[in-house]
Design a protein around this ligand. Structure first.
Ligand code: SAM
Ligand code: SF4
Length: 317
């Protein structure tokens, strides 16, 4: 379905939980989150109904996200049900990877086609620092498990953080030579309540081109990333610039949070509830949300922060 600015909205990001087994400094507070009442969250039935309603309006790609989707006890059942919805062409999932050693194969069997795995550093101590509790080894084992389970086109997502991982850009990019994955560098977004980083942490994507002059451009695949390749690499390098060069004009996304709010725009505080709605009402509400998508999210910078009014774990990225 086209929104009010002629953009075809085909991509739904469904957050299935706000909870997470990590505590990334740019994403959520150290003490976790104020756990919401069970009744406030979408049930599995409501999630599936919402996906069906969105598909009836032209959504063809679903990304399951969180919080950490793999801590959700019924995640396999959600994926299985979603994958049986007629009209969905692609089901992807974004994860921190820690639980992939045991879940990669079951996810594949449940119909998940593509995985994005977040990884900001290859240094175990730095990994523990940025995630506040994470174990790098689990994630690296998880990436291996995903490859062994037969996932292809795996994307490793790295948030660029000045003073933290800029010196590691070549090593992270080199993963595309070692294993068949894409590595995507994403600019750190200045979320409303996240003040763990000073202005120096916000690097433009061009820092990657500066660090890797041997990158050659690759034809874009219709996604939001500018694509490049290292000589001899098995996968691409993607550069994603939500801050320095926004892609609102091509935005095809809709987001549904785990507590049942449609967010027409990631960086706006506007939210429309679908909790408790009947199927016909869900369709109408999702239609209204698509029509309510703003033209763009406005300036984003260290001082002009996101208006999302939520931490990223409560939106899904
Ligand atoms: N837990 C899963 C994971 O980490 O992949 C899925 C949810 S997480 C919120 C989705 C993505 O958002 C991750 O790749 C994470 O790095 C990214 N993210 C979180 N906060 C961010 C921020 N302030 N700026 C840019 N990316 C962010
Ligand atoms: Fe958890 Fe993902 Fe947020 Fe890290 S980025 S705290 S893994 S939800």
């Amino acid at each position: 379905m086209l929104d009010s600015y002629g953009r075809n909205i085909t991509y739904l990001r469904l957050s299935v939980t706000e909870l997470c087994n990590m505590r990334c400094r740019y994403c959520m507070p150290e003490d976790g989150i104020c756990k919401k009442q069970h009744e406030e969250m979408l049930t599995q039935e409501e999630m599936i109904l919402a996906v069906k309603a969105a598909v009836s309006l032209g959504i063809s790609k679903l990304r399951i996200t969180g919080g950490e989707p793999l801590v959700k006890p019924n995640i396999l059942s959600i994926c299985r049900e979603a994958s049986s919805i007629d009209g969905l062409r692609e089901i992807c999932l974004t994860t921190n990877g820690a639980l992939l050693p045991s879940l990669a194969l079951p996810l594949k069997d449940a119909g998940v086609q593509r995985l994005n795995i977040s990884l900001d550093t290859l240094n175990a101590e730095k990994f523990r620092y940025i995630t506040r509790n994470g174990d790098l080894n689990q994630v690296l084992t998880g990436i291996d498990a995903a490859l062994s389970a037969g996932f292809d086109k795996i994307k490793i997502n790295t948030v660029l953080i000045g003073g933290f991982n800029d010196a590691e850009i070549p090593a992270l990019a080199d993963l595309t030579r070692q294993i068949p994955v894409d590595v995507r560098f994403i600019e750190l977004m200045p979320m409303t309540r996240q003040d763990a980083f000073g202005p120096e942490a916000f690097l433009p994507f061009t820092v990657v081109n500066e660090k890797l002059p041997e990158l050659s451009p690759v034809k874009a695949d219709g996604g939001v990333a500018r694509l490049y390749r290292l000589p001899g690499a098995k996968g691409n390098i993607g550069l994603i610039s939500p801050v320095s060069a926004h892609f609102c004009t091509d935005c095809n996304r809709l987001r549904i949070t785990a507590d049942g709010k449609i967010k027409p725009c990631l960086h706006s505080s506007d939210e429309i509830s679908i909790k408790g709605l009947s199927y016909p009402d869900m369709i109408e509400t999702i239609r209204d949300a698509i029509l309510a998508k703003p033209k763009w999210h406005g300036e984003l910078s260290y001082t002009a922060r996101s208006h999302a009014n939520r931490n990223m774990n409560q939106i899904g990225g």
